[in-house]
Design a protein around this ligand. Structure first.
Ligand code: NAG
Ligand code: NAG
Ligand code: NAG
Ligand code: NAG
Length: 216
């Protein structure tokens, strides 16, 4: 159960290849993310958390450093997810508990906003500090997603996903976005990951789905 929550935080988009995309994030960027995941089934739960994310389509790597993840207000130690598509593996590790799992992953996709409907442009802020944003909506199966991005460049601002069958509401806010990767060492595979054998059995949810670092 806990693991499912973490994956829910993380982001998987099973339908993004079947719906139209309106626009995509740049090839290299870093941002911070605040996530709020509300479950009403099988019991009422709220999970919140932050992630520092680096994404580089050119070297085919992305990494998610989670922190301050809380489930119903209690701390949930959350590992780092390092997607190394250049070698075809995902590393899930926690340096404090000296834990690392390695499992095969598929190809890397750009971070694109799925959309088959968009609302009008709206403006955040005022006067010289005004930002034009657009909100896109997409429905696939039982999931409805709404994503707000900057109108000009498609930089992520927020997203919300509801699932009618599996009652959950996943909201994300993106902030502090910068272009490029400041320090490539974020993609370094930690030494503890070099000793282990890879294991696909323990995290079946990962290998069964199409993995994508943003739940858009
Ligand atoms: C996340 O980013 C902030 C601001 O750059 C930094 O202070 C913090 O140490 C980072 N946390 C992790 C877990 O990477
Ligand atoms: C968006 O596309 C999906 C899948 O193609 C479809 O099921 C859904 O009805 C479409 N929604 C709208 C608003 O067009
Ligand atoms: C949508 O939810 C219904 C039950 O409410 C379920 O039978 C159906 O398989 C779900 N569809 C998809 C695409 O997940
Ligand atoms: C999700 O559900 C909430 C509460 O019912 C609603 O206000 C919101 O508009 C929904 N968002 C999407 C993307 O369907």
């Amino acid at each position: 159960m806990m693991f499912l929550l973490v994956i829910g935080l993380l982001v998987i988009s099973t339908y993004m290849h079947t719906t139209e995309s309106c626009c995509c994030m740049p090839e290299k960027f870093e941002l911070h993310e605040y996530v709020e995941d509300i479950f009403t089934w099988p019991s009422a739960m709220i999970q919140t958390g932050y992630a520092n994310i680096s994404f580089d389509l050119e070297v085919k790597k992305s990494v998610f450093f989670f922190y301050d993840v809380k489930l119903n207000g209690k701390d949930v130690p959350t590992p780092t997810y390092l997607f190394d598509h250049s070698s075809g593996f995902l590393y899930v590790y926690d340096l404090r508990s000296k834990y690392c799992k390695k499992m095969p992953i598929g190809r890397m996709n750009p971070v694109c906003v799925p959309a088959n409907q968009s609302t009008d442009t709206t403006h955040l802020g005022a006067a010289k500090e005004m930002l034009s944003v657009k909100t896109y909506q997409s429905t696939a199966g039982n999931q409805t997603t709404s994503t707000t991005v900057t109108k000009e460049k498609c930089y992520l601002i927020s997203s919300e996903l509801n699932d009618s069958e599996y009652p959950t509401s996943l909201r994300k806010q993106f902030y502090g976005t910068t272009l490029g990767i400041k320090d490539m060492s974020v993609f370094k595979i930690p030494a503890i990951c070099k000793k282990i054998f890879w294991n696909t059995q323990e995290i079946p949810e990962v290998s069964r789905r199409v993995f994508h670092p943003f739940y858009l």
